[in-house]
Design a protein around this ligand. Sequence first.
Ligand code: BG6
Length: 496
Amino acid sequence: MVSRIIPVDPFNLVIFGGTGDLARRKIIPALFRRYCAGQFHSKSHIVGAARSDLTIESYRRLIEASLREHAPKRAQDEEALKEFLSRLDYVSLDAKGTAGWNDLVDRVGGTRTEPGQDDRVSVFYFSVGPDLFGPLAERLHRFGLAGADTRIVVEKPFGRDLESARALNVTLAAHFDESQIYRIDHYLGKETVQNLMAVRFGNMLFEPLWNSQYVDHIQITVAETVGVSGREEYYDAAGAMRDMIQNHLMQLLCLIAMEPPAKFDPDAVRDEKLKVIRALDPVMPHHIVRGQFEACLDPERAHPSYRGSVNQPRSTTESYIALRTHISNWRWAGTPFYLRTGKRLKARSSVINVIFKDAPHSIFGEEAGRHANLLSIRLQPNEGITLKVTIKEPGPGGMRLVDVPLDMTFAEALGPSGEDPPDAYERLMMDVIRGNQTLFMRGDEVEAAWSWTDPIIAGWTSRGDVPKPYVSGSAGPIDADLLMQRDGREWRGITP
Ligand code: BG6
């Protein structure tokens, strides 16, 4: 199936941190793909801004290499590549000083207050560390670059605890209205994450069963095979809790557990997500397992241990975490939610498993065994949904039951499109231009997520808890299995 393209109006987009890893790997390739798809007009203007003293030509060469690496299929269209690059601009600028700012004003066609400025949307992407958010926001106003229609995009990590997140919110609020601030959690831009809402609220089938009366428990797994190379310093100061649970897994939990919003509009959706976060119970110490991966000696995929990777022989930062939490509200009282994520696990696999309760009475007797339905939502890779149903085992030998999957892989069901699946940033960037905040986090949502996370981290810090080692390429530490077994349950396997 070919997706429908609704073009956006021409815009000005300035990417602060325009030479950085995120801009080169994600943001600009996403824009390039949307450009090739015909989603925006060539009148739109994209400016990279960074400290490096580059000429426009050398910036374009840098980006060309990135596009060839990160959007290789599209970049084979030499004509499109040339056209896109010819529209890229570059300004060397000091985010904390004044150098380069007047130049930027010229490149975007003057200040927002000057006569003759068209009313195109202007977006400033802060692809920089949070320490620069304040200086950039202040200068956008000082140099007349910000108007009522200006939008700013900020990346995670949005703080490292409640206090720092609040401080960032206060800083941004001093210069911009909440409706102008787009806090990215790229998981919300993933097709299948949005599909969670479509599946839940577009079908009559699931919603009546979506509560503690019918659901035994829910497992959310985001397993990665990659390590932490290239971001050692950041990661060792963050760990899996801050890097993944506080944001990505929290968002998945919200979408799975929230009440149906009255409509699919930004505040209606975000209000419901916020209610979930605020209803989360504190996590008991015996409901958390933290781990660190061990070295891998297999010559084909050899790598050092977590501590070796970050070059901190005594690091107590977790590269894996599993925990059990509860949502204290009418819908979910009594249903545990198990969350786990980790690096260097056996497969890259993000899945949400909704495990339903056993039928209240088995008419087939004890020997038929236990057969609970399971709804498995695969977010990546191999996106799709599987519903495990119980049927009679074929054959004349009596009434034996067996579980079979009703499987729908989206790529097969929707037919070949000839296109790569869109990257999360493609959707999110176009939403910023359209002015749709539904898939972006609101300030109060981020603060609520930190309010839940902070005491958990404070708890293990004060206990002097040390993460458990786990075999690289495994499903994580044994203790994570015990966490489930104590509850009479087990994790679903991690498979690609
Ligand atoms: C990032 C985390 O936000 O998400 C990384 O900082 C993680 O540590 C990445 O690897 C996972 O994203 P994806 O899209 O590859 O699942």
